[in-house]
Ligand binder design. Sequence first.
Ligand code: PXP
Length: 243
Amino acid sequence: MIRLGVNIDHVATVRQARRIREPDPAWAVVLAELGGADQITLHLREDRRHIQDDDLVRILATATVPVNLELAVTDEMVAIARDHRPHSATFVPERREEITTEGGLDVAGQAGAVTRAVAAVAEVGILPALFIDPDPEQVAASADAGARAVELHTGAYCEVWGTPAAESELHRLAQAADRAERLGLRVHAGHGLNVRNVGPVARIPQVEELNIGHSLVGRAIFVGLQSAVAEMRGILDREAARR
Ligand code: PXP
């Protein structure tokens, strides 16, 4: 069984294009759950380009499955997480000019700040996770920082999917997952996954959770969110059975 975390940020992206009240990401929570989501994931960015503070409150009130908050390593975001108590907090790098989260967090390069942020959320019972590239140094640094889980960045794999280079990216993910498990870390993965490229990642035995957003919300325009989530749920169940 692989948990499917549905990232609903882009429902808010569509709303913010008009800065009005709909579509409301809290509605997406219900439909994602009906489609089989095991978790709702959202990213409260420092620039508030999609999810707003008020969305976090309403999403936490609506969701009956765990909520995973993605956040930057800043005092403001740590304070918000501590106030609102999502199930898990996944720390991600943030740069204002980026279109989406582009690389993993450099845990090794900012060990002090990450260790403090991890401790601050763990202290109030939030599961701390770190979004990192599938790099052995970053995996080791994540364990040293006190994280309970790593989310392996699948973006590089997704970019080369369908080319011979995909094999080596997949190997990096599998190696990082193995190393993380040996260090006692839970293994999550995500970024850029869709119905075509998700299979090999879902078959990595240590991967227990995938967080998927853009492709599900994009597909939802055509088939509806509940159907898009149910389709992905079916693929993950089939792939997990093959491990
Ligand atoms: N996981 C993390 C940590 C992310 O930052 C994102 C993007 O917000 C995702 C998963 C989902 O990526 P995508 O929208 O490409 O599915």
